[in-house]
Design a binder for this molecule. Structure first.
Ligand code: IMP
Ligand code: MG
Length: 182
């Protein structure tokens, strides 16, 4: 695969992420303190590290399930066609569902996923997204918890990829294309 050369400039440090995740988990634990029906639904693959950190800070009985929806392929722009590639294993009817997403960009992916999950009649359903790009929004979605609002930049790290790379970075950085040296 040919890939234009790029570098990653740090946008949000690992330390800042950890502090924000801890704060979000506190709010979430507080919000759900009276339920024993909480299921965290992670949207694969970008949210896997966020979920791992978030649930370890949630001080409640919690189940974890995953759903994979695809809208991007390996491109940087959303195709706006959302497909379910991998469905949940468990039932969410009558449960408190917290959908955890890596980034809300145009909003199409999340809007579509929420519509599908609503048909299964969860008791309550909320969204927690690590990152939000408000400038890019096309579809209306409400997220009760947002980690960070970020500018209209393509970002990677902390689970988030560019063409499947850079998920393993501990921080979040912006992709910056550089001239090829030859
Ligand atoms: P949306 O449907 O445009 O909101 O797209 C949301 C999905 O696109 C996210 O869950 C990410 O998987 C992906 N995405 C959006 N922005 C970025 C980015 O800056 N870097 C990597 N993936 C992104
Ligand atoms: Mg995603």
């Amino acid at each position: 695969m040919s890939q234009k050369p790029y570098v990653v400039d740090e946008l949000i440090s690992a330390k800042a992420i950890a502090a924000r995740v801890e704060a979000l988990a506190k709010e979430i634990s507080n919000h759900y303190r009276d339920t024993d029906k909480l299921v965290v639904v992670g949207l694969l693959r970008g949210s896997f590290i966020f979920i791992a950190d978030l649930v370890r800070e949630i001080d409640l009985p919690v189940e974890v399930d995953f759903l994979e929806a695809s809208s991007y392929g390996d491109a940087m722009e959303s195709s706006r066609e959302v497909r379910i590639l991998k469905d949940l294993r468990g039932e969410i009817g009558g449960r408190d569902v917290l959908v955890v997403e890596d980034i809300i960009d145009t909003g199409h992916t999340l809007k579509h996923v929420l519509e599908i999950l609503e048909t299964r009649h969860p008791r309550r359903m909320e969204v927690c997204a690590l990152l939000n790009k408000p400038a890019r929004r096309e579809a209306e979605v409400r997220a009760k918890w947002i980690g960070f609002d970020i500018p209209d930049e393509f970002v990677v790290g902390y689970g988030i990829d560019y063409a499947q790379r850079n998920r393993n970075l501990g921080y979040i950085g912006k992709v910056r294309f550089v001239e090829e040296n030859n």
